[in-house]
Design a protein around this ligand. Structure first.
Ligand SMILES: [Fe+2]
Length: 381
């Protein structure tokens, strides 16, 4: 049983309500444990916590432009490694028009996020169409392949030795954010039956990151029926209905979409800005001290980040304070538009992530300096 000091102490000038009604002339920083769920303190500073002038050493905010990884790979097992640790592998895959083999991941569940394109997935469970903005969860050891109607770029996020689950919805109730009924599953339809044949097929199985190829004299995607509560599932980001408060800027954890053993995946979808005059309208400065944070920018205008476009990834290892860029801070209390216009996939990892060779080759090295601009406005004085 964890035992924390469960009550707040107050020293000096502080707001009674986090993220609202800051002491005049201050910048709020949240120091927090357990990824926005544990003990936290809100500190009120005279200077923006990202007002640094220089960094020297391996720790820093990093950004990678994955749009520069243009090479197509016939198999998902050749996709380019972006970030990884013992519990997850995030890769970028530019798929071929048609996979000529079946893939099977023996290392863990695979979350496929379709960044661009559309096509058809064929798997043990049947046929499922997909399009940009789809999350597809492939349970460990599912056999699958895709055919692309338009060029497909996808993020592959392996939950190594783990299983993707839906988050606890708590007092929001089970139908908030998205109703489990919007989760689609594959069907044993005409398209599925049409791809069955007696030709030779290979299955490339990944286990402990080594590939084994198994050959069949027929297409093993030949099910005539199934029943159970394990399946490939699909949900599109357009079906996510984000929770928000007009009086309080909710933490990223309110947008959790998938949960694995040592990381979570959240989705930022368009939502109105807070309307209460004293409420923060942009992410608060924070050090999420127990998690490495990763954001993949899918579509839209990224209101809290300068110099970032769709297809880029930012990586903020734990250990320093981050927060909105100066341009966004100009909108901290008076946004210039009524709603956010961004779709982004966030990955929060409990264990330190390593940067893959492919990502390191397309790093935007000026990212750490992108907070250096004239001082942003303070809370209303
Ligand atoms: Fe963060």
């Amino acid at each position: 049983m964890k035992s924390y000091i469960q009550f707040p102490r107050v020293e000096g000038s502080a707001s009674r309500q986090a993220h609202a009604d800051l002491p005049s002339g201050t910048f709020e920083r949240e120091l927090g444990k357990e990824g926005f769920f544990g003990p936290a303190t809100h500190m009120y500073h005279r200077h923006p916590p990202t007002g640094w002038t220089n960094w020297d050493g391996p720790l820093k905010p990093r950004a990678f432009d994955l749009t520069k990884l243009n090479e197509e790979h016939p198999s998902p097992w050749d996709a380019r490694l972006v970030l990884h640790n013992a519990h997850l592998r995030m890769r970028l895959w530019r798929a071929p028009r048609r996979m000529d083999h079946l893939a099977r991941n023996g290392d863990g569940d695979e979350l496929v996020f379709i960044h661009t394109g559309r096509g058809d997935l064929f798997c043990d469970y049947g046929h499922l169409e997909f399009r940009a903005g789809d999350y597809i969860v492939l349970p460990r050891s599912t056999m699958w392949r895709i055919e692309c109607a338009e060029p497909v770029t996808a993020l592959l996020i392996e939950a190594t030795n783990s299983t993707y689950r839906l988050p606890e919805k708590g007092m929001l109730g089970p139908h908030a954010i998205f109703d489990p009924a919007v989760l689609d599953v594959p069907q044993l339809d005409d398209a599925f039956r049409a791809q069955q044949d007696e030709a030779e097929w290979t299955v490339r199985i990944k286990r402990r990151n080594a590939i084994t190829t198994v050959t069949y004299p027929f297409n093993p995607l030949d099910a005539v029926g199934w029943k159970g509560d394990l399946s490939v599932v699909r949900v599109n980001v357009a079906d996510i209905r984000p929770v928000m408060s007009h009086r309080y800027h909710l933490p990223p954890s309110a947008h959790t979409t998938w949960v694995a053993d040592r990381f979570v995946v959240c989705t930022f979808a368009p939502r109105p800005f807070e309307s209460d005059p004293g409420a923060l309208k942009v992410p608060f400065y924070h050090n999420n001290d127990d998690f490495d944070e990763v954001l993949f920018y899918h579509a839209g205008d990224f209101f809290s980040r300068d110099n970032i476009h769709p297809g880029m990834v930012t990586f903020h290892p734990c250990g320093f304070t981050h927060g909105p860029h100066p341009k966004a801070l100009n909108n901290a209390f008076t946004p210039k538009k009524p709603a956010t216009d961004e779709y982004a996939v966030m990955l929060d990892a409990r264990d330190a992530l390593e940067v893959g060779e492919a990502a390191a080759g397309v790093e935007f090295t000026g990212y750490v300096d992108s907070w250096k601009t004239p001082a942003p406005p303070k809370a209303a004085e």
